[in-house]
Design a protein around this ligand. Sequence first.
Ligand code: G1P
Length: 297
Amino acid sequence: MPQKIRKAVFPVAGLGTRFLPATKANPKEMLPVVDKPLIQYAAEEAVSAGIKELVFVTGRNKRSIPDHFDKAYELEHELAERGKDKLLNMVRNIIPSDVLCVYIRQAEALGLGHAVLCAREVVGDEPFAVILADDLIAPRNGLSGLGEMVEVFNYHGCSVLGSERVPHDETHRYGVVSAVESGERLWHVNGIVEKPAPEEAPSNIAVVGRYILTPRIFELLEHTPRGAGGEIQLTDAIAELLQNERVLAYEFEGKRYDCGDKLGYLRATVEYGLRHPELREDFAEYLRGLDVDALIG
Ligand code: G1P
């Protein structure tokens, strides 16, 4: 059995320009889907996959993220005074007490690869996960997206890239792999490129915001030059990693929502609303009664 995956890195220093003005003063990771911010879904996914240390790589304007996971004395006091025990319990238990949150400040937004490198000292010499909170992955059969990947890692003991087949004309939005099928939902990766134009993409298998990586990636990131968009790309370091180690791409069973994109975010909101235990029936009735054509005019 390989070393256990105990730590997850959450790069949350990005500017969220696709969601301006909502993200002018608030991080995109705090956008709610129904009643929970994206970062909380991501943290819950990690915790349910057995992660014990959440490492947030933050930047400017991100103070609400540590605040969200911190103790909220005034709020807890108010809720206790008013006898709102259910809510009190909810805000007290956002993260289980045996899970540690660590915050690292990424002074300059030099790219995803650089953000991951900032976590090197905290992660140390062990395999770890990376979660991009704007990719929301709905659990499937009780297993979270990262949970599925941890099972793959535990069996194969090598780096695993969470992936999904995307329409060919969307490859320019993702890291895209060239790969040979090596099992159910599993691909042996022999190349990866960041945001290729459709005519240059090696396949339509895209990496979607979940990674399990061996610590060798840190050594490679130290020397990774700026790549696509002038940024230090995690994809470029993975391209080097796979020259020396086995890297697998795993196609999730769980459904992914690209919440960094307005349409993806709306889809998530509608579908999570339809699954929400308190809202589902009323919301379904509302949607059924909508006159969509009249609304779009
Ligand atoms: C990042 C990665 C890209 C990956 C994507 C998944 O891009 O660089 O390889 O496919 O996340 O969401 P970003 O969306 O931050 O531009």
